[in-house]
Design a protein around this ligand. Structure first.
Ligand SMILES: [Zn+2]
Length: 262
């Protein structure tokens, strides 16, 4: 593997027509991928894909925006997490962005995130975190980081990745000080909003991801995205930081291997 997509959803229905073709192309182009579940069904599909393809891995969890729809089945997720190709726990976390999430919904999200933290602590697998603050604030990151900091007492090795990081420089520093990585998508190809933070983070704590099928790069905006866009993400990170493409590619690949133990 030369590139790694740390967060994609190629188990979703939108790939039913050509999923195997895409997975074969990933292999040809030496792009590995972490297929991330957002509920029990998509987590099972992620595990099945990872079992069939050497260059694919799985993450299992319940997305904070699905917490009101599906109960977190601890036993079922514990069972899934035992699989050797499951290398992360999530997509889990806190989404305070949606105005339709009142305080009671946020409280429920925190309870379910805590269950993921415990699963990650027990299995020693990293968390794949979705944290989205309310507009103009860092609130979801502050709560998530506080929960992680207190869980560290019981689980000193607890680590993970903040996927599609949209926080500020100070929040990025707080996360990387806890040895968490931050991952970026091809959003970097069409906005400069994150450039300052991307430049501020140590290269040892960055990961590339695509969040496919979402956020296609600039030249394919609005279309279905795929993990091959990891290459665009690596190129964008190198450009923003003013570093050599190959140096960045190697570092991000090494980071993925370290974090996910692959
Ligand atoms: Zn996702």
């Amino acid at each position: 593997m030369r590139y790694f997509d740390a967060h994609c959803h190629i188990q979703f229905d939108g790939y039913d027509e050509d999923r195997e073709v895409l997975i074969a192309r990933m292999k040809d182009e030496e792009v590995g991928g972490l297929v991330v579940g957002v509920d029990i069904e998509s987590s099972k599909k992620a595990v099945a894909l990872a079992q069939h393809h050497e260059h694919l891995f799985a993450s299992v969890g319940l997305h904070p925006n699905s917490v009101g729809i599906e109960r977190f089945d601890t036993q079922e997720f514990e069972r899934l997490a035992e699989d050797g190709k499951v290398v992360a726990i999530g997509e889990c976390g806190l989404d305070y962005f949606r105005p339709e999430n009142p305080e009671a919904a946020k409280q429920k999200q925190r309870e379910v995130f805590q269950a993921h933290i415990e699963l990650a602590g027990k299995t020693k697998k990293p968390l794949m975190i979705h944290a989205r603050p309310s507009k103009g604030s860092q609130d979801a990151y502050e709560d998530a980081l506080a929960m992680i900091e207190s869980a560290r007492n019981e689980y000193p090795d607890l680590h993970g990745d903040f996927h599609f990081f949209v926080g500020d420089v100070a929040t990025a520093r707080r996360a990387t000080d806890l040895d968490f990585t931050l991952s970026y998508t091809a959003v970097l190809t069409f906005t400069e909003d994150y450039d300052e933070v991307v430049r501020s983070i140590s290269l040892t704590h960055l990961l590339s991801e695509t969040d496919s099928p979402y956020v296609a790069p600039k030249d394919r905006r609005g279309q279905r995205n795929d993990p091959l866009a990891s290459k665009d993400v690596v190129a964008a990170i190198a450009r923003i930081r003013g570093e050599n493409d190959e140096v960045v590619r190697e570092a991000l690949m090494a980071n993925a291997k370290r974090v996910f133990r692959i």
